[in-house]
Design a protein around this ligand. Structure first.
Ligand code: EZ4
Ligand code: CO
Length: 403
């Protein structure tokens, strides 16, 4: 069997997505997600110009060999662009293998280790009362785990808070990158009150999560973790930028609040120390940005040796193909923790037809052979690419900061 086609589909049904479609000489096709939010066309080019041509003629069944061919063969290793491109190819090949076998991919990964996959959603509000309202709505929908983010008095914009009441949170803006401002002092003084209010109103019978989005220094992160221990969070996410893996030693020394990291990491080398030294509790890498099912499974298996569990990133900027792939892994691996599920625009769900489902707090990849996600290419063509950027953040004195 041979690969006879590798096509890149860029579309914007509500937001931009890059999808790779691989076609075999027997007519079987596979899909992979290659979306890198705010930098979409770089991966589209990497695929179109440098990967698709060398896929033609290869045996689609040789997934590991193709992974190694693209990783070692590029000479230039790692990085979000390379790993997203490899991730898309890998996903598409697993999709094809599943279709050839007549089995959903989770069966090829060893079968189900659980009945369903616990998902967490996002409750956001401009202030605490609005966030509590949103929290109640998400609980109504059955979520057993909910992330809370809310506006901070005196700050114009805060990460994770949607612009209008009840609207889904979408960080990317069309046109020029949005400039946001940040004050760690204001945030650190305020955010424990949000957790206190949630626990007071809803009790402890639901998992509570929060994302600091890379804004804190290690000692500030340690202070936050320590000061909210009584609210028993499921996790604090991305407290400090994880390029410096050793920084987490300091945080760990001061708090028992569980820590999640990894949505911007791409390979095992980005999190090897974090896992080996047990500096984190959840690893949040995704199928797309971490080199596909093949590499992410390797990371999760390594993490399982150290009691680190999965908590895959699942924002609306990774396509429904990536979420489908994540759910197959989530269902199969022994050390699953939780799966993020932000939901999608209506137009996105019309373009991508998904076998995966959400029901009463849990998700399932479905029983369709392969990944179980198809794309309506004619409809996708009606939503052409629209340039969009992620925001940037500055401190109140104008210093560039981490968004
Ligand atoms: O800001 O995916 O936990 N989720 C997140 C996301 C990220 C976006 C960036 O593209 O941090 O909302
Ligand atoms: Co995050």
């Amino acid at each position: 069997m041979k690969i006879v086609g590798a096509d890149v589909i860029v579309c914007c049904p509500g937001r931009n997505f890059v999808t790779l479609k691989i076609t075999t000489d027997e007519g079987v096709t596979g899909l992979g997600d290659a979306t890198l939010n705010g930098r979409e066309l770089s991966v589209a080019s990497y695929l179109k110009d440098h990967v698709c041509p060398v896929l033609i003629g290869r045996d689609p069944q040789r997934i590991e060999d193709t992974w190694q061919y693209l990783y070692r063969g590029a000479y230039w290793r790692r990085g979000p662009v390379t790993m997203s491109a490899i991730g898309a190819v890998d996903m598409a090949l697993w999709d094809i293998k599943g279709k050839l076998a007549g089995l959903p991919v989770y069966q090829l990964l060893g079968g189900a280790s659980r009945e369903g996959v616990m998902a967490y959603s996002h409750a956001t509000g401009r202030d605490i009362p609005e966030t509590l309202e949103a929290f109640a709505e998400h609980r109504e929908k059955g979520f057993r785990a909910i992330r809370v983010q809310c506006g901070v008095p005196g700050m114009k914009s805060v990460y994770g808070v949607s612009k209008k009441k009840g609207a889904a949170y979408e960080p990317a803006t069309k046109g020029w990158p949005e400039e946001q401002s940040w004050s760690t002092e204001k945030y650190l003084d305020y955010v424990p009150r949000l957790f206190e209010a949630v626990r007071e109103k809803f009790g402890f019978d639901i998992h509570l999560l929060h994302d600091a989005h890379h804004r804190l220094s290690p000692i500030e992160a340690a202070r936050l973790g320590k000061s909210v221990e009584d609210y028993r969070l499921f996790w604090l996410e991305d407290l400090t930028p994880a390029e410096n893996q050793e920084a987490f030693r300091l945080i760990r020394r001061h708090t028992v609040t569980p820590i999640a990291v990894g949505e911007v990491l791409n390979t095992i080398w980005d999190c090897k120390n974090l896992i080996e030294e047990q500096l984190i509790d959840y690893i949040r890498m995704t199928v797309t940005h971490a080199g596909g099912i093949t590499h992410l499974k390797r990371v999760f298996d390594f993490a399982s040796l150290y009691q680190v569990r999965s908590g895959s990133h699942g924002p609306s900027d990774l396509s429904p193909v990536c979420l489908g792939a994540a759910l197959h892994l989530d269902l199969a691996i022994p050390n699953f923790g939780v799966q993020e599920y932000m939901g999608y625009h209506e137009q996105t769900m019309e373009v991508f037809r998904c076998a995966w489902r959400y029901e009463d707090g849990f998700m399932h990849p479905g029983e369709k052979p392969g990944l179980g996600v198809e794309i309506d290419e004619a409809l996708a063509a009606k939503y052409p690419y629209e340039p969009a950027f992620l925001p940037v953040a500055r401190l109140e004195d104008g210093t560039m900061w981490n968004w």
